[in-house]
Design a protein around this ligand. Structure first.
Ligand code: PGA
Length: 252
């Protein structure tokens, strides 16, 4: 993979949807309507069980990559139900969502654990996609920047200098609610994150910052046009191949 991903980066987070067979059916429908193009990057995050099926179904499509939604930070061990970064790499996936809002808020994942997962992903040659975002009450209390500083800092801290990564800004109140952030709100948060990435000594301009939260075919272009928005992380609207193809075709 070249160091700088073609942008926009359009990612589909399937969450706990799609069996291996359903993943194959989706990919064959999606690739029929989304011809290869090298001015953007498409990434799918299927459930772990469907990762191999998705990778096989995407054979020959170098413009489309696959990642997983979560990992454990240890390489192996007595951790029932978990999968490790080296296993994910061996399966041929290249990206890992780290600290998705549902992991943090449903499963109690901590900032510290997110940092360990990001570091484990990088150590295995995978690209962590570090997910950050504030709850509605935090935004209302004027804590947006504090939350982003805390979550981003905890995830970057354990990462080796020069590690490849991406960031996803996903306000919790926008996920699965039908209420997306406005392009202006997204631009403000993304600009802030870019400045923090630079202050942390990363090559911030090279790090894609994706917006996520109620992205749909009809708002994708406006969100992609917002300042510092380098891509989209799409949940619900990534489950339908034709709708997701419209999102993947949006933007420059
Ligand atoms: P949504 O989910 O697009 O369904 O709001 C986004 C996400 O959780 O990544």
């Amino acid at each position: 993979m070249s160091e700088r991903l073609p942008r926009p980066v359009i990612a589909g987070n399937w969450k706990m949807f799609k069996s291996p067979g359903e993943a194959r059916t989706f990919i064959s429908a999606f690739t029929r309507v989304h011809a290869p193009r090298h001015d953007r990057t498409v990434i799918f995050f299927p459930p772990a069980l469907a990762v191999s099926a998705a990778i096989d179904a995407l054979a020959g499509r170098t413009d489309i990559a696959v990642g997983v939604q979560n990992i454990h930070w240890e390489k192996e061990g007595a951790f029932t139900g978990e999968i490790s970064a080296p296993m994910v790499a061996a399966a041929g996936a290249r990206y890992v969502l780290c600290g998705h809002s549902e992991r943090r808020h449903i499963f109690g994942e901590t900032d510290e654990q997110v940092g360990r997962k990001a570091a484990a992903a990088a150590a295995a040659g995978l690209v962590p996609v570090i997910c950050v975002g504030e709850k509605l009450e935090e935004r209302r209390a004027g804590q947006l920047e504090d939350v982003l500083v805390r979550q981003l800092g905890a995830a970057l801290g354990p990462l080796p200098a020069g590690a490849r990564l991406a960031v996803a800004y996903e306000p919790v109140w926008a996920i699965g609610t039908g209420v997306n952030a406005t392009p202006e709100d997204a631009a403000a948060a993304h600009g802030f994150l870019r400045a923090r990435l630079a202050a942390a000594g990363t090559r911030a301009a090279r790090i894609p910052i994706l917006y996520g939260g109620s992205v749909k075919p009809d708002n994708a272009a406006a969100l992609l046009a917002a300042g510092d928005v380098d891509g989209l992380l799409v949940g619900g609207a990534s489950l339908d191949p034709e709708g997701f193809a419209r999102i993947a075709a949006a933007g420059a």
